[in-house]
Write a protein that binds this ligand. Sequence first.
Ligand code: FAD
Length: 467
Amino acid sequence: MSLVDELRAIVGSGHVLTAPADTAPYLTDWRKRYTGTAQAVVRPAETVQVAAVVRACGAARAPMVPQGGNTGLVGGGTPDAGGQAVVISLQRMNRVRAIDSANDTVTVEAGCVLQRVQDVAREHRRLFPLSLAAEGSATIGGNIATNAGGTQVLRYGNARELVLGLEVVLPSGAVWDGLRGLRKDNTGYDLKQLFIGAEGTLGVITAAALKLFPLPAAQITAFVAVPSLAAAVSLLDRARNAAGPALTAFEVMSDKCLERLARELPQVRLPLPVGQRWFGLVELSDHESEAHAAQVLETLLGAAFEAGEATDAVVARSIAEARSMWAVRESIPEAHARSGGNVKHDIALPVSAIPQFVAETDARLAARFPWIQPSTFGHLGDGNLHYNMGTRDGVPISMAFEHEAEINRVVYDAVAARGGSISAEHGLGQLKRVSIRDYKPAVELQTMRAIKDALDPLGLMNPGKVL
Ligand SMILES: Cc1cc2nc3c(=O)[nH]c(=O)nc-3n(C[C@H](O)[C@H](O)[C@H](O)COP(=O)(O)OP(=O)(O)OC[C@H]3O[C@@H](n4cnc5c(N)ncnc54)[C@H](O)[C@@H]3O)c2cc1C
């Protein structure tokens, strides 16, 4: 029996896609940078089916590519051009298995879309805080496999900190049931940590036990113009001191980002006019009341104006206004994509190092590439910048892509010199798997390789990614 026939026998022929029109959406990544080929896309509905699929692929020596919502930004979920791969889509595994309010946990299958997990938590008067612009399509399995960050990391941590247990199909086809909803479990190696952020290279995540939190009584959002990045860092410090754990988001956007947004997506309303400055999006989540939240924010902004850290601000007076402020921040990737993309750098630095990094690296890049146009935004509260390079008006974006390797070198050397990371939240995938060799200690890479070889000796689980 051919592998495709075997897969049909496992999941039913309707869930093994082989026609090009059916497989196409699974073979190109969100940014349309990578397109691969596959002998089939298989859509299992249960863990036992995933295990049988993995065993069949292993026996046929077929590479496997786990995939969730296909919103990843580094080509991690796209197969190579060899044509032998099987894409394992988890989208049909989208059940909520259990919710335990007293334990503050929810157990969901890997294909659950992130927004659905948030909604289910809210229906039980709980918060699942992971939040990112792709939450309407990204799956919890993909979030965990990429250790996704997003907008609430400064308060709740990234995906890693929200996972209590996992169920994983190993490359051997064995099922590891580690779905423990425990906050304490010191019984040896914490295996789940291996699969979080592994980008599907060590196994297929099929379910997760996740942490829930109390729903805040009120949320308040402000859009603030700041004269410089240094002022934004001072404002962040002030906000932390004023609001403590109530500070749940602190995002920044450059003026150039918003200009691009206004051009590409004019329907997105900008709360403040663009000019030569930076903008912050500040959110407080208050467990007392709306009035208390408003008072903390007003005091914070008053002090920020006095200190010269803010030059203008709008406070959302309704949920709709807050949503429209968030739409500004969350539409930036879409605006970049519409205008032909840019050379992206998802980097992490100590927050204190960010203003100097941006000033010096902007200047170094401009000296070497006079046509370059930075379009920077990011999660300032976590020290995570999307330090993206486009081109000035009238210069084709292809110019930036032609010089991508040189641009990357300038940026990553500057990041490394300050003890930063060349991938803060998107992962390595195909995009950075070679670059990382220049920036991670050899002993760390060798240890990663040893773990990969121990779990996946045939190298069939998402090959060509990460390592
Ligand atoms: C507009 C936009 C905004 C974004 N904003 C953010 C952001 O703020 N923060 C952030 O961190 N990311 C962000 N991303 C990136 C992306 O949404 C995340 O990486 C997300 O976690 C990927 O989920 P997914 O289900 O789409 O995974 P996919 O794209 O399908 O896969 C991503 C990786 O995970 C692996 N994988 C997927 N499912 C499984 C599984 N069940 N088991 C094992 N491996 C698996 C894949 O093989 C691949 O390597 C954004 C993307 C877009 C398009």
